[in-house]
Each structure stands twice: as C-alpha cells, then as structure tokens.
Design a protein around this ligand. Structure first.
Ligand code: ASP
Ligand code: MG
Length: 438
C-alpha cells in the first residue's frame, strides 16, 4: 500500500481539496496524509500566543476570523446540506474548544492541542467530502497510533504495532485518511513532530507498514537542480539517492523536510516527489540507488553566521576542538560547516538565538570574529575523491565570488561553500551555468 502526503497548499482551498480527491481515486488502496490548510498552523500558533499572554480579545478576533474562513470552505466544499451541517459542526466544536481556553490556565498542553486543530480539521473535512462523493474512505486518527518517546523521537515499534492493529481490526477501505504532523507524546498528551512534520509522518507510516512507496505531493515537479526562484531554466532531478536528497533538503531545497529521509532510507522505501498541478510529470524518485560521479544539484541555505576562533593555544594542542564544541553543545546550537587550520577554527551555525552567549564563552579560548548574513552554497551529487576534476570544476565556477569557507570530504555527497548573502544569486547562477548548462 502506498502512502501519499499532500501539503498545506495542496489542500489550501475547497477546490484544491477536490483536486486532491480526484487525484487519489484511482482504485488503488492507499494511506493519504494531509497537512493543515496553508496558513492555518501559523494562525493557530498566533492564537496560542494571544491566549498565553492573556489577551483574550486578541485571541477571539483571530479565532473568529479563522472559523469564518473554514465555514466558507464548507460552503464551497460540500454539495449537500447534510455534509455541510456535519462539516460546520466539526469546525464549530474545534473553535469552541479554542474559545473555552481563554478562561483556563494556558500551558504547552493547551498550546499543542490548539496547534493540532489544523490537521484535525483538514482531514475531517476531506473525509466528509470523500464520503459525500461516495468514495470508500475512512479516517485513521493519528493520535491513535503516532507516538514520540521521551527524547521526542518516533516510537517506531509502538507506531508499527498500533497502526497494523488498527488496519487489521476494521473492515477494509480503499482510502485511509490521516493527519500529518500531530502525535501523542510519551505522557499520552497531544504533541507534534515539529514544523513541517507532515513529510515525516508520511515517512514514518511508510516505514511502519513497509509501504512500496512514499509519495510527497507539492506544487513543483520534483526537486530542481537549483533554486527556481533565482536561477532560470532549472530542471527537475529524476533520481537522487537518500544521502543526496538529505543534503539538499537540509541545505535549502524547501520541497522536502530533511527528517523525512531517515525512516525511508532505513527501510529502503523509495520516496517520490510529485506535483499536484501536473500529476503526470515524473518528479523526483529518491532511493538507495546511486548514479556514480554525477553532480546533481545546487542548493543554498540562508541566515547563516560564521564564527572564527583564532588561538595560539590550538598550535600542537589536543582537546581544543572539544572545548570549543562543548560551548555549542551547552547552548544546544548545532554546527553546519567547519574548517580548521593550525591556529584557528571556523564554524557556521544557522540558529542564532544564543550567538551572543556562545561568542562570550568562546572568548576564553581565543579571538572571536563573527560574520552574519552568510549563505551556505551546497553542491550535491555522488562526488567521491577518486572522481578527478569535479572539485576544480565547482571551485572554478565560483572564481569571481569571495569564499569565506570551503568544506569537502565530510561525505562523498557534497561540497559546501560559505559566502556572503549578497553574492548568493550570482553564485547560484554561475554554478548552474558551469555545471548543468555545459
Ligand atoms: N501544518 C504543519 C506546519 O505547518 C505541518 C506541515 O505542514 O507539515 O508546520
Ligand atoms: Mg511542508
């Protein structure tokens, strides 16, 4: 059984939901994972924020306007008054619940329950719609089987057990609808898999049921070999292996959430990226297969800061890097790139929340220089060192761009460069020209 995930924009209006319904009704049995309608999760977070700050009139205004939006979706989505009444009753209950919280103590418990409403609403409305149109569909509530453990990692054994149990112990249906993103936590409370987590849900489900394929449906025909917003004539990449896809997802290709890769890779389940606006386009197939020696794509990650620590103490010393890394660990800040010399080390980070504290602590070990507004440019492909010449090709494409850091050799799948944000567009275009247009 395949698992198909549709993101927020793909279910972003009544019409888009109808389009998805058409697309999935091909007679094949499947599990369909849905995100909240686009914009909803952000709105719910804002509502939570008002409730947390005890600004109930601020919260009410947002709650009422979001509810109104959903009532209009119902008007457009359902043909019969029975289905409309059912849909609207569901929405009213959900928003009444939010309204009721203006009087109670507001903790992360309430917050997580509010945030879960987006996926609960989209999947229920969609299931009502399928029922109304006579499709053999049924809702699989994610909160009945999706669970994270104490470390907020998916509890794969629990999920596989419970999901199989639910599927085995009810009459068979053609289409199962379930919520992306939301789950129960170790304490049995409603929680979630972090922003953008619906892709992760699809991959976890696919792995749990040993699916033949996981499909991630968005609004673009697969992963492109460069950023289509900046570079003209980018091309969809037909095949990627999991390592390459992980590098691209992590370093900027917004189309796929990086967490989605690991479960699928471990269970050897291909992931196909497809386009709801052009369903017959081949998209991108991600699997464990490798196309040897091929540069596949370029991606960029914004909002990076570089930190250079220069120290005479590093000369011939051991344990220096450990001390430096411990500081980043203390502030739960992960390092993306790292380069070293005998007298210094440079790292890049994308989470700048604790930058000032980190810099303060690093000053114990050396002279610290910070540069913000940097970008990581990442060239991805099967690029083992035996394959001579491609490093030179990549570097020479960037011959006119000032490069702050270069990293290669950490894996066989990427070369990364740290440059200033103002040089990003120029760098991406130069790379496309030299690597893909020749
Ligand atoms: N609705 C959630 C979010 O906006 C999950 C997702 O869309 O993947 O983050
Ligand atoms: Mg998404």
């Amino acid at each position: 059984m395949k698992v198909l995930k549709f993101g927020g924009t793909s279910v972003g209006s009544a019409q888009r939901m109808k389009d998805v319904a058409k697309l999935i009704c091909d007679g094949q049995q499947k599990i369909v994972v849905l995100s909240a309608m686009s914009g909803t999760t952000n709105a719910l977070i804002e509502i939570s924020d008002y409730l947390y700050k005890k600004n109930s009139s601020g919260a009410m205004e947002l709650i009422n306007s979001l509810e109104q939006k959903y009532m209009l979706v119902c008007d457009e989505l359902f043909a019969s008054s029975t289905a409309q009444t059912k849909g609207k009753a569901f929405i009213k209950a959900s928003f009444d619940y939010m309204r009721s919280l203006s009087k109670s103590i507001f903790t992360t418990f309430e917050e997580k329950n509010i945030i879960a409403q987006g996926e609960l609403i989209s999947t229920n409305l969609f299931t009502f719609y399928l029922e109304e149109t006579g499709v053999d569909a049924c809702l699989l509530p994610a909160l009945d089987y999706m669970r994270i453990d104490k470390n907020a990692e998916p509890d794969m054994a629990y999920i596989a057990d419970h999901l199989k149990d639910i599927l085995d112990n009810q009459p068979k249906h053609n289409i199962y609808i379930t919520q992306g993103f939301i789950c129960k936590n170790f304490y049995g409370e409603t929680d979630n898999l972090q922003r953008g987590g619906s892709d992760y849900t699809a991959s976890i489900i696919g792995s749990a049921i040993e699916s033949e394929e996981i499909q991630i449906w968005t609004d673009i025909d697969g992963m492109h070999n460069n950023d289509p917003r900046i570079v003209e004539n980018t091309q969809p990449i037909p095949y990627l292996n999991f390592e390459e896809a992980a590098e691209l997802a992590y370093f900027g290709a917004k189309i796929l959430h990086p967490t989605c890769i690991l479960p699928a890779k471990l269970h050897n389940i291909p992931v196909r990226l497809l386009n709801t606006l052009d369903p017959s386009a081949p998209g991108t197939l991600i699997s464990n297969d490798i196309k040897h020696g091929k540069i596949e794509a370029v991606a960029a990650k914004d909002g990076i800061a570089s930190i250079k620590i220069k120290s005479g103490r590093m000369l011939l010393a051991y344990g220096f890097l450990r001390k430096v890394f411990e500081i980043f660990e203390t502030y739960k800040t992960s390092i993306d790139m790292i380069t070293t010399s005998e007298v210094g080390v440079s790292v890049s980070i994308d989470n700048l929340k604790h930058l000032d504290d980190i810099v303060d602590d690093l000053k114990k070990f050396g002279t610290v220089t910070v540069e913000k507004d940097m970008v990581i440019i990442c060239v991805v492909g099967d690029l083992p060192h035996e394959h001579i010449g491609f490093q030179a090709k990549v570097v020479s494409a960037l011959k006119d761009i000032p490069i702050r850091m270069i990293s290669y050799g950490g894996s066989n799948y990427n070369i990364s460069f740290l440059i200033k944000a103002e040089d990003k567009a120029r760098a991406l275009r130069a790379l496309s020209k030299h690597l893909f247009e020749a």
